[in-house]
Every structure is written in structure tokens, then in C-alpha cells.
Design a protein. Structure first.
Length: 349
């Protein structure tokens, strides 16, 4: 989940995936208590409907549905459910008397205000949260004289805490947004904008980190490949189709990678895989990738091939020496007819 954060919306989506279950748990707990007490009022059935929408909203977020649609849906649910539950609490306090309090809203308030500031621009978030505070004050004022002293105290604490949360989140809003933007920019610096895989800067950093002994694995092999006759693709079909081919190749190779493999675009039509395995094992990985690309039918272009050079790390290697060796083996594959892998096999050939 955290490896695929490309912009601020991805950060927001992750946060929603945690906020929505929190609200659902609170609502579901209240429903469970009502079932135990056999308190099947209108509130009970309305709460069931809201819980269903919360579940739907969570799955929409998880499936990466249109974020704005999900935000508006969830915001409406939070807003209405919060006010609805508050009004019910006030009415029940009058009907039942006694020492009822609003303890459940200690959980609700920060979640609602947090969601407002996460889903809106700061100006609109302030306006909306202020309106929420006003709308929550109105029903309390209308029946204030009928409330018990304990409930009045609880209600006043709710209003004060809501106002404090609004102030806190208004200050935190910009800080959180700035932090998320910086993190996204840092990730984008190491990401190829066309294919959304690692770029040359990131690959260099990975190799330098290994050479400097910062990896736990002490084996490293490089699989260096490029697309055969890619210039013909651009000349025949245009650069837009060429870009589509690069994206599709990146997607195909990425789908074949395991978590301990590192994949990126070196530049142009050249790509590189860093694998923490022996060269003979990397050879077979490269052969599998070659076959996947060869067998794939690309839109408009049809079938294409790629040539591979494979080399393993040896003692005293530097980033430059291992790259030069991989490049020479890639060149050998092209000289020997393309659509092939050059490197050591299990037999040492």
C-alpha cells in the first residue's frame, strides 16, 4: 500500500482507509448495545443504513474509486450521522432524565473534524466545521431548560472541544499538507514520470547502497535490457504509441518482479533490474522476462522483442565497472541477433 504513493490523493486515500473503519466500529458498537438491550427504535434502523454506507465507502476507497466522489459521499454521511446521533442523544436525555452524558462524542468529534479538513480546502473546511458546530448548538439551545445539569455540562464540553478541534486542525492542516507534498515530491524525484517505475537516479542510489555494503544481501546481479528496434516503433506509429509501448513493457516486467527485486527505467527504451541473486539465477529471470515481452501483443504495434545483458557482482566491483559489464553483454545480445539473453547460465557458459 505505502509503496504506491504518487501524489497527495494517495496519502488521503490511505488515511481514509483508517478513519472510516474507526467510525464504523463506533457505530457498530452502538448497534450491538441496542441489540442486546432490544432497543429497536428508528435510530437503530437508521444506524444500520449508515453502517452499510460506511462499509461501501471503505470498499470504494480501497478499490481506488474516484476519490472526490468518495469524499463527498463520506463527508455527507459523517455530517448527517453526527447531527442525527446528537439530536437523538438530546431527545433521549429529556425523555429518560437521570444523569445521561455525551461520552460517545469524545470519539466522534475529532474524527468528523479531521475528515472535514482532510477532504476540503482550508477555507471551506473552516466554514463547514463552523457550520457543524452551529448546527450542533441549535438543538441544545432549543431545549436547554429541559436538560439535566449533568447533560448540560456534557453538552457544553462537547461544544468547547469541537471549537478546540477546529482550531487545532486548522493549524495542522497546512503542516500535514506540506509534509505530504514534500514526501510525494521526494518520491517523484526518484520516479520515472512516463512509466511510473524507478528512474536512473534511484537505480544509481540502489547500486551505490549495495556497493557500500548497506544491503543485507551480499549477492547482486544486474539485468540490463532494451527494446529491439524501438526507433522503428516511433518512426512508424508515432511517439505517443512509443510511449504506450514503454509503459506496457514496464507494467509487464513489474508484474513479474518479487519484493526483493528492484526495477527501473535507465533511459529511453533501456530498463534495468537489480536482483539479489547469483548471475546464473538472474540469467533465468532475464530469460523469463524476454519470453513475457516476446509473447505479449501490444496495441497497434503487435509483437516486439527485447535484448538482455546479465552480469553479477564480483569483489572490487564499482558501480561503473558492473554497469560497463552489463552494457557489453547487452551489446553482445544485439550483435548476435537480438531477442536473446547474454550472461552466465547454470553450466557456466
Amino acid at each position: 500500500m505505502f509503496k504506491n504513493i504518487n501524489d497527495l490523493n494517495d496519502w488521503k486515500r490511505i488515511i481514509y482507509l483508517f478513519i472510516i473503519p474507526g467510525v464504523f466500529i463506533v457505530a457498530a458498537t452502538k448497534l450491538f448495545i441496542q441489540v442486546v438491550q432490544q432497543d429497536y427504535t428508528v435510530e437503530f434502523y437508521v444506524s444500520i443504513i449508515f453502517c452499510c454506507f460506511f462499509v461501501a465507502g471503505w470498499f470504494m476507497t480501497y478499490r481506488n474509486w474516484k476519490l472526490k466522489v468518495v469524499e463527498y459521499l463520506m463527508f455527507t454521511l459523517f455530517f448527517i450521522y453526527y447531527l442525527f446521533t446528537l439530536i437523538i442523544e438530546i431527545v433521549n436525555s429529556i425523555d429518560l432524565g437521570g444523569n445521561q452524558t455525551l461520552s460517545t462524542f469524545i470519539i466522534w468529534t475529532p474524527l468528523v473534524i479531521m475528515f472535514i479538513f482532510m477532504s476540503m480546502e482550508k477555507k471551506w473546511a473552516l466554514l463547514t466545521s463552523a457550520n457543524l458546530l452551529i448546527l450542533s448548538i441549535v438543538p441544545g439551545l432549543m431545549v436547554y431548560g429541559k436538560l439535566t445539569t449533568e447533560f448540560k455540562d456534557s453538552l457544553i464540553q462537547l461544544y468547547i472541544s469541537t471549537a478546540v478541534y477546529i482550531v487545532v486542525f486548522s493549524f495542522a492542516h497546512r503542516l500535514i499538507q506540506a509534509h505530504a507534498e514534500v514526501d510525494v515530491m521526494r518520491r517523484q524525484f526518484y520516479l520515472d514520470s512516463l512509466t511510473q517505475v524507478a528512474n536512473r537516479y534511484q537505480i544509481d542510489e540502489w547500486m551505490t547502497s549495495f556497493i557500500d555494503g548497506k544491503w543485507e544481501d551480499r549477492e547482486l546481479s544486474i539485468i540490463f535490457f532494451d527494446i529491439d528496434y524501438f526507433k522503428n516503433v516511433n518512426d512508424t506509429y508515432g511517439h505517443k504509441v512509443g510511449d504506450d509501448v514503454l509503459r506496457e513493457v514496464a507494467r509487464l516486467v513489474k508484474s513479474e518482479m518479487t519484493e526483493d527485486h528492484y526495477f527501473g527505467r535507465w533511459g529511453g527504451e533501456e530498463f534495468m533490474v537489480l536482483a539479489p541473486v547469483l548471475e546464473c539465477e538472474a540469467f533465468h529471470v532475464a530469460e523469463r522476462l524476454r519470453k513475457v515481452i516476446e509473447d505479449h501483443n501490444f496495441d497497434e504495434v503487435g509483437n516486439i522483442t527485447a535484448s538482455f545483458g546479465v552480469t553479477g557482482y564480483v569483489a572490487e566491483d564499482t558501480v561503473d565497472t558492473i554497469l560497463v559489464r552489463a552494457d557489453k553483454r547487452l551489446y553482445s545480445s544485439k550483435e548476435d541477433g537480438r531477442n536473446r539473453v547474454t550472461g552466465r547460465t547454470l553450466s557456466g557458459i
